[in-house]
Design a binder for this molecule. Sequence first.
Ligand code: KG4
Ligand code: ZN
Length: 433
Amino acid sequence: MAYNVVLLYGKYLYKHSINNNILSDLHKHNLKLVQNFVHSKPAIILGIESSCDDTACGIVDSNGTILGEAISSQYLTHLNFGGIIPSFARILHRNNITKTCENALKAANLKLKDIDAIATTVKPGLPLSLKVGAQFGKYLAKIGEKPFIPIHHMEAHALTARMSKKIDYPYLVLLVSGAHCLLAIVKNVNKFYLLGTSINNAPGEMFDKIARKLKLRNIPEFSTLNGGLAIETAASKASNVDQFLFPPILTKYYDCNFSFAALFSVCDMYIELEEKKHNIIGDAVIPDAYNLCAAFQLATVKHICQRTQRAMEFINKMSLFPENKRTWVVSGGVACNNFLAKALNIVCTELGYNFVRTPPKLCTDNGIMIAWNGVEKWIRDIDVIKDPNEIENIEIESTAPLGENWMKKVEEANLKCKWIKISRKLFPNNLTK
Ligand code: KG4
Ligand code: ZN
C-alpha cells in the first residue's frame, strides 16, 4: 500500500509517496515522519463477530463501503432447543468460522493479503463463543502478518450508524438487543458515558421467551421468525390493544435504568390464565394471542420511551449537547422493531432530537459493524495492535461495561418528567385509549 507523507531529512521537508516497508524503516534512512500519513487508498478492515449465536464476517473500507460479508446464523438450531446452549454454540462457531470468513473474502473479491487489519469482538458475550472468534481473528492476524484490533461488541453496535450517515460526536445511543438494554452518550470512538442499563432482563430476551411461551412458532407464519419479530408481526394483527393491561414500570425511580422482569411476569401470568380459561393443551395457541402480543409490546415500548426521555432531558439540563445538534441513535436487534422505531421517533420529535435508526440489516449482530469499529479505530490509531506477542495475550471478557458509569449523575439530577403520550399517536384509529 502507498502512503502520501511529509518527511524530514536533516532540515529539509519532502513530500513523498512511500510504501509500507519504507514506512517501517524510516529511522534507518535518518528520515522522520512529520505529517500524519494520508492513505492514498482506503484502508480495508476485516471484522469477525462470534459473541453469541451468529458467526459473522464483514469487510469494510475506510470510506464506509461494504466490500463483502457473510453470516452463519445458529438461530434455527437453538430455536429447537428452546434457547442458546453455549457448548452447542461453540461447536457451530468452530464448524462455520473458516467458511464464513472465506465467503466474505470471496464476496469482496479479496485475499487476506489485501486486508489492512483484523478487527474481532473480544467482549462482552458468551465466553465459549467469544473464544472461537478471538482465536480465529488472532490466527488470521498471525498468518497474514496483520495488526489486530480488539472490539467491544456494544461499542460496535453504538457506532454502526456512522458508517452510512454523517453523525458527529457526541450523540445519545439506545442499544436494545437480546442480551442488553442501555442508554449511553457516545463522546468519541472510545469514550462512552453509561446513563442507564437494564437491572434484569433484556427486551429481546423477553420477547423470545414470551414468543416461546405463547408457542407462536406453531403458527406456520411465525415458525421461522425470531421471537421479537414474531411478537411484532402478531401484534400488528391485534383487534384490541387494551384487552390486557400492564403496569407502568419503575415510575418512582428517577434514573434511566430499565426493568423488564415485571412485564414478563405479568405476561406470563396472562398466558397461564388464558390457557386455563380456554382449556388449551399441547401445541395449541390461546385465541387472543395477537391482542396479548400488542399489549405486551406497547408496555415494553412505553417503558423504553420513558427511560430515553429522561436521558434526553438529562442531557438538555446539563447542556451536554449543542442545542441545534442533538442526535439520538438506536441500534441492536430489537431496534428492527418498526413499532418501537415509530414510538421513538415521536419522542425525538417532541424533544427536538434528530432520530437515527441504524439500518435494520445492521441492527442485529453482524461482521460489518465489527469491521466498521475497526475502521474508526484504525483511522485514529486506537487499539491497533501490531506486536504478535501482544496480540497473542489479548484475553476475551464475558462481561464488560460500556464506558464510564454516569447513572448516579442521572439519579442526582432528580428529573421528574412529564411523559410524552405516544399511544394516541401510534394508534390513530382509536385501537387504544
Ligand atoms: O443484537 P442481536 O442480534 O443479538 C444480541 O446481541 O442480543 O439481537 C437479537 C434480539 C433477539 O432477542 C430478537 O428477538 C430481537 O433482537 N429482535 C427483535 C426484532 N428482530 C429481532 N425484537 C423486536 N422486534 C423485532 N422486529
Ligand atoms: Zn448484539
